[in-house]
Design a protein around this ligand. Structure first.
Ligand SMILES: C[S@@+](CC[C@H](N)C(=O)[O-])C[C@H]1O[C@@H](n2cnc3c(N)ncnc32)[C@H](O)[C@@H]1O
Length: 271
């Protein structure tokens, strides 16, 4: 399914987003940060509720620009935080104190960074093949009693009418992501079942949908994501250039009158 998951960028970087988002180009860190601005308060509240303290050894998988890992190591007061990503260029400048960074691929069979009290990953498993296997691998990295907290996108709208420009564009985006990097959000509503299937206890999940207001971080995030993936979205045939422009206008002006994709966060505890 993923056509180019292992393809290398101009600087040798391979992996997530290489064909659509071209992470070696300026602005990709800013795009990830817009997503963080829209969702960090939800993730932080959940991690706080699960419990973070000076004795908590944390692992953040696919940490991106590190907004969650930095918060864990800073304000949340965790004693030790390991931020892992295949691409650590946005993370490395923040290493120090309780925050360590590691360049690694979580799907690598040899990936074994230690044992942790809290493992978090957001917007990562949806880009990887076989989420059940990744969940089992992460469970095995937890100490008994440790918590797994996983967040991913949930698509609440595109399967149904109306065929507004906004929905056509979102459909095209999900299709383009699936074709180019294997992203699949169809399974994410099944998170609770997957966590229970991995033997975790105290399993639950919640969904947050940020409002699509003009100028909001989430509107800016989708506008930037669409701009970067415009050609791939048009190539799906699910949206044409005029509909794409109308969708951009609706999102920019706050008149999409629809729901953003949401963040589903699911959690459970290793017995
Ligand atoms: C959409 S970004 C999310 C970043 C961050 N977790 C957040 O929520 O802001 C996905 C991140 O996962 C990383 N990633 C993708 N596949 C990975 C893998 N197999 N192993 C480690 N990191 C991976 C990417 O490099 C990217 O930084």
């Amino acid at each position: 399914m993923p056509a180019d998951r292992t393809a290398a960028g101009p600087d040798g970087t391979g992996g997530y987003g290489e064909s659509l988002f071209e992470p070696w180009k300026p602005g990709e860190g800013d795009r990830i940060d817009l997503g963080s601005l829209a969702y960090d308060h939800v993730t932080r509240a959940r991690l706080r509720a699960v419990g973070v303290g000076p004795d908590t050894r944390c692992l953040d998988i696919g940490a991106g620009t590190g907004t969650v890992a930095r918060w864990l190591a800073g304000q949340a007061g965790a004693g030790d935080v390991l931020a892992v990503d295949r691409d650590v260029r946005f993370l490395e400048p923040h290493a120090g104190g309780a925050l360590r960074t590691l360049a690694a691929d979580v799907t690598d069979p040899g990936f074994d960074p230690g044992r942790f009290d809290l493992i978090h990953a957001r917007f990562v498993l949806m880009h990887l093949p076989d989420p059940q296997r990744t969940i089992a691998r992460l469970r095995d990295l937890l100490v008994p009693g440790g918590h797994l907290v996983l967040g991913d996108a949930i698509d609440l709208t595109t399967a149904a009418p109306p065929d507004s420009p906004y929905r056509l564009a979102m459909r095209a985006m999900w299709r383009a992501l699936r074709t180019s990097i294997g992203t699949d959000v169809d399974w994410t509503p099944g998170y609770p079942r997957l966590l229970r299937g991995a033997g975790l206890t105290g399993v639950a999940a919640e969904v947050h949908v940020p409002p699509l207001a003009a100028g909001s971080p989430i509107a800016a995030f989708w506008l930037d994501t669409w701009a970067r993936s415009r050609e791939a979205m048009l190539a799906t045939g699910l949206v044409d250039a005029a509909q794409f422009a109308a969708a951009q206008e609706a999102l920019a002006s706050g008149t999409a009158d629809d729901l953003s994709p949401g963040l589903i966060t699911a959690w459970g505890r290793r017995p």
